[in-house]
Design a protein around this ligand. Structure first.
Ligand code: GLP
Length: 237
């Protein structure tokens, strides 16, 4: 795990953008994308850049169950607003949260991941250490699956909804094994509320109770933090 501590999200996103640009120039064709506030500045840089994405396929980590692509809280909508509506890509994949057969939808998504192995995966970090929507306790060998969201995740994500009652209780998420299959991974975490999860991810035991800790076992992970998110790390960086 390589760690970089930056002054702010803007600076962190510049580093992430430069890595992505370099990988695309070197032939990367599939980007794994995340939602949440952490990647927003990165997407802004991608929108503003002169990089050509027309041969790039994107595969998103997750989607809420029960929300349509037009729902403003859906991850489809988020991606359209932040990135897809502004730049041309070859193809986008997101789980379909409205699928009648959710298990069949997870199987479809696993086939997508097999057909298009991810070159660079962007990740945020949940306050409870989740990656994608892989909540604490998710087996490390999981593929795409239907998730019952943790109460703490519902609370944390309620800020995007009118109230916590409106936060969906389930999501479809790429599994931990799916994420670990990416050739390289860039995780961004900003703010004090991430500090405990960051410490456990970097310095704690590799344990399903802290899903992101598995990243210690991936050989190409870049972790980008601001001072606040890095504040509980025992070693100054
Ligand atoms: C959600 C998403 C995750 C994201 C996390 C952190 O739960 N499913 O993929 O990493 O939120 O979000 P934020 O970046 O807003 O802190």
């Amino acid at each position: 795990m390589k760690l970089v501590v930056v002054d702010n999200q803007q600076a962190g996103s510049k580093i992430a953008f430069d890595v992505i640009a370099e990988k695309i120039k070197a032939g990367a064709q599939v980007l794994g994308l995340a939602t949440g506030s952490s990647p927003i500045a990165l997407y802004q840089q991608m929108v503003a850049s002169s990089l050509d994405f027309s041969r790039i396929r994107t595969i998103n980590l997750d989607e809420y169950v029960g929300l349509s692509a037009q729902d403003q809280q859906s991850y489809h909508y988020f991606m359209e607003q932040q990135l897809f509506g502004h730049r041309q890509f070859k193809e986008h994949f997101l789980p379909n949260g409205l699928a009648e057969d959710l298990v069949a939808e997870t199987e479809r998504y696993n086939q997508v991941l097999q057909a298009y192995p991810i070159d660079v995966q962007i990740l945020g970090l949940g306050q409870n250490g989740h990656i994608g929507f892989n909540e604490p306790g998710t087996p490390f060998d999981s593929q795409t699956h239907v998730v019952d969201l943790a109460a703490s995740t519902i609370q944390a994500n309620a800020r995007f909804f009118e109230n916590s009652e409106q936060v969906p209780r389930q999501a479809i998420s790429m599994g931990i094994a799916s994420i670990m299959s990416a050739k390289s991974i860039i995780l961004m975490a900003y703010g004090l509320e991430k500090a405990a999860a960051v410490k456990a991810m970097v310095e704690g035991p590799v344990n399903p109770d802290l899903p992101a800790s598995i990243l210690q076992e991936h050989d190409d992970v870049l972790v980008i933090l601001d001072q606040e998110a890095a504040s509980q790390l025992s070693q100054q960086r």
